[in-house]
Design a protein around this ligand. Structure first.
Ligand code: PRP
Ligand code: ZN
Length: 293
């Protein structure tokens, strides 16, 4: 019997496309990018990557055409705010593709809270989320549904405002728009279908998920080493951001000083190092972590 293959749907073009491929490669899967434009295969595991429009990813996964998908939470939220939100499960956040779904107005527009939107026409590809927001805020505005290039709608007098994703803000700025309200915070997530995959694919999916967790956990995490007076240990443990119990080792010929090693899950800033120094710590080293499990 042929080995079953695991199928992962990712965005073909756009903000998440390259980062999704990088994540898959960082997890140790060797991509064969040449194969075809729609599908990349993995050389060292029975995995295929479907490259599709991000808006189609939930449908692919819900229908079982793909087993897993990497997609913005915004796309999932728009789907579940509508009629067909079933069949998907969010497995984990992936730590990239952060953005906000915002209502944006021409730079001169005076915004004093949601009531300012009464009577306005708002263009968006997120009609379900926008409609839910307007209802929650008790605002009577007209939604102008679009399929893309929403940012040009005000200039074309198709709408007064827009509701669209903002990540760097460059698109809004280039079009003379400014964000006035945030209706959703989003980032890339891994989704899977709610149904089981069968034992073989389930094992493959489990291993991929735990590798992804390792990659995501190691991003931003740092390995911190220093020498410190034994008496400063409680203060040091309180300063190290997001560290568990640090490893403490004795130094040859010294009773008062120890070596302290810790994995910090949060950013280690210069201020952190200064605070450590102030406890009497010396030779402080901060190292990147390549893999973690
Ligand atoms: C979003 C959005 C804007 C752009 C904003 O597109 O539609 O075009 O990102 O990013 P910026 O604030 O950094 O300029 P996305 O990549 O999600 O693709 P899609 O909306 O075409 O699916
Ligand atoms: Zn899209």
């Amino acid at each position: 019997m042929n080995t079953q293959r695991l199928h992962i749907a990712i965005q073909k073009n756009g903000r998440l496309a390259e980062r999704s491929l990088e994540l898959i490669e960082a997890a140790g899967y060797r991509l064969n990018r040449g194969a075809s434009d729609l599908a990349y295969s993995v050389d060292n595991a029975p995995i295929d990557i479907w490259r599709v429009r991000d808006d189609d990813i939930p449908t692919f996964v819900a229908n079982g055409v793909a087993d897993l998908g990497i997609v913005g939470r915004n796309v999932l939220a728009e789907r579940s705010a509508g009629a067909d939100g079933e069949g998907l499960r969010e497995v984990m956040q992936l730590g990239f593709g952060r953005c906000r779904l915002c209502i944006a107005a021409p730079v001169g527009f005076e915004y004093a809270g949601p009531a300012s939107l009464n009577g306005a026409r708002i263009a968006t590809t997120y009609a379900n989320l926008l409609s839910r927001f307007l209802k929650q805020e008790g605002v009577a505005a007209e939604i102008v549904p679009m399929r893309g290039a929403v940012e040009v709608a005000p200039r074309l007098k198709l709408a007064d405002l827009i509701c669209d994703l903002v990540s760097t803000g460059a698109t809004l700025e280039a079009n003379g728009l400014k964000p006035v309200a945030t209706i959703l915070e989003s980032e890339a997530v891994l989704v899977r279908s709610a149904r089981g995959l069968g034992p073989e694919l389930e094992r493959l999916a489990d291993s991929l998920i735990s590798r992804f967790r390792g990659v995501v956990a190691s991003q931003g995490a740092k390995y911190v080493m220093m020498n410190a007076p034994r008496s400063a240990l409680p203060r040091i443990a309180a300063i190290l951001p997001g560290a568990g119990a640090p490893t403490v080792m004795s130094l040859a010929g010294r009773d008062d000083e120890v070596a302290v090693h810790a994995v910090c899950q949060e950013s280690v800033f210069w201020e952190t190092l200064e605070a450590l120094k102030a406890t009497g710590a010396s030779s402080i080293l901060v190292l990147s972590i390549e893999k973690m499990m």
